[in-house]
Design a protein around this ligand. Structure first.
Ligand code: GLN
Length: 481
């Protein structure tokens, strides 16, 4: 039998219901795994050992008393540290929220708990979700489990690395411009950014509201379907959320019309491009049609994303003003003329840069030139994509244009860092769902395929990924011990 700590989420639920092991035994095996590998990976900011063990005992008691245990019973979940968890510190990897303990659970957390999931703790990210490597975390960087000298991607790097390293069964991330898909690609796990509105954002600490969604990161497509169904749905606490029909794991192969986005391939590293091309051939082997398309407005995506995301960030982060959120200065140290400006000193460099850019593009005189223009380009891109989806079921390309890179390679040049998001921001701007699926390795470094579909067509992403996952069948666990 597979080692206990290596089970997939659906295997955990099966094993538990069939009485093969107890929830407590399973959680202990995961905690042991964390103890072994966490000193190398550093994916956690807060680990809630006590909480996890007591939730496990509760599930075992329910099993003994033949009560309903829920669809995710016993599955251990790591949570990105920008999703509010009642009674557990939620820092956004920022010093400004170092001691912040939410008084309520995000809706997705309530959904998970109601279904028997066991929260393990809070996972690392770039401060407030701004970044692509976790190097902007104000606590520590997370390491890529496939090669510890390399970044795990970001901003949900803790989530990607923890799932890949087997430190939790599944994880939640958030994706504003690629933060679920980038680490999923770099860490060789499956990650999905849902359609805007499928999952409630209530309790997600905002970075850029019009772009972001919470989504699952898992080691199999089947696990991802379970997670997605549990966190999806209309929520009275989030006016932008919408009802959606549940997703199913396909029981027969579906013939899809697939299109490869030409620009995404030509602008990628050779190794990445090669791997995506050979995957597109696999699509044909499983009976799908596969053509190449060009997207005219694609080059507007990145500038328009960084304009809009920074504008929204500058407005969202205005609440950290030491009155609503911030530090308590000891009485004698309070100075009336520096009270506000001091607090901003406690943001990291990248966060400050976004606030400055965002305030600039929104300021009178520049609003029309930058912010409004970016909004128009966003609409153009969305329209072009929606037209393509009339002809094709899914659009594919590399999730990341490059392979994972070493620490320090891009941190000193913000533009270089922004450029790695060029393929992922498209889906956020258009509000469409996108998945990253592991398709192979080059020199031991993972490569991910991005598949995009029309709004609320997650089923097509799952149909495509489930089949591909089966035919590709790549190594799932890195050698860490
Ligand atoms: N890397 C992108 C940014 O820094 C995306 C981040 C995200 O999706 N949260 O904005």
């Amino acid at each position: 039998m597979t080692k206990l700590d290596d089970l997939l989420a659906y295997e955990v639920v099966e094993g538990l219901t069939e009485g093969q092991f107890t929830a407590e035994e399973y959680v202990i095996s995961i905690l042991k795994r964390i103890e072994e590998v966490e000193p190398k990976i550093h994916s956690f900011i807060t680990l809630d050992t006590e909480g996890a063990l007591s939730s496990a005992k509760l599930i075992d008691k329910k099993i003994r008393e033949k009560e309903d245990i829920g669809q995710l019973a016993g599955v251990t979940v790591g949570i990105k540290d920008n999703i509010s968890t009642k009674g557990i510190k939620t820092t956004c990897a920022s010093k400004i929220l170092e001691n912040y303990v939410p008084t309520y659970d995000a809706t997705v957390i309530r959904n998970l708990k109601e279904n028997g999931a066991i929260l393990l703790g809070k996972l690392n990210l770039d401060e407030f979700g701004m970044g692509s490597t976790t190097e902007y975390s104000r606590y520590h960087p997370t390491h890529n489990p496939w090669n510890l000298d390399y970044v795990p991607g970001g901003s949900s790097g803790g989530s990607g690395a923890a799932v890949a390293a087997g430190e939790c069964t599944v994880a939640l991330g958030s994706d504003t411009g690629g933060s679920i898909r980038c680490p999923s690609s770099f860490c060789s796990v499956v990650g999905l950014k849902p359609t805007y509105g499928r999952v409630s954002r209530s309790g997600l600490i905002s970075y850029a509201n019009s772009l972001e969604q919470i989504g699952p990161i898992c080691r199999s497509v089947k696990d991802l379907v379970m997670m997605l169904n549990i966190i999806s749905g209309k929520d009275a606490m989030d006016n932008t959320s919408m009802p959606s029909s549940p997703i199913t794991v396909p029981n027969k192969s579906n013939k899809l019309n697939v299109a490869v986005i030409k620009e995404l391939i030509t602008d990628s590293d050779q190794e990445v491009a090669k791997s995506v091309y050979s995957t597109s051939e696999k699509f044909q082997e499983i009976g799908c049609s596969c053509e190449e398309v060009s997207i005219k407005n694609l080059h507007y995506a990145l500038p328009s994303y960084y304009t809009l995301a920074s504008a929204e960030a500058s407005s969202n982060l205005a609440r950290y003003d030491n009155i609503r959120y911030g530090f308590d200065y000891p009485i004698g140290e309070y100075k009336w003329d520096t009270y506000f400006s001091n607090v901003r000193e406690n943001f990291g460099e990248e966060v400050k840069r976004r606030i400055l850019i965002g305030s600039y593009v929104l300021s009178s005189g520049y609003y029309g030139k930058y912010y409004l223009k970016a909004r128009r380009l966003r609409s153009l891109l969305r329209l072009e994509l929606l037209t393509l989806f009339k002809k094709y079921d899914v659009l594919i390309g590399p999730t990341m244009p490059i392979l994972p890179f070493k620490f320090g390679e891009k941190i000193d040049d913000p533009i270089k860092m922004y450029l790695v998001d060029v393929n992922t921001v498209i889906a956020n701007l258009a509000g469409i769902p996108a998945i990253s699926l592991p398709i192979g390795f080059s020199n031991g470094l993972p490569i991910g395929l991005q598949i995009m579909a029309a709004p609320f067509e997650e089923q097509k992403l799952i149909d495509a990924s489930y089949e591909l996952e089966r035919v590709i069948d790549i190594q799932r666990r890195p050698n860490l011990i």
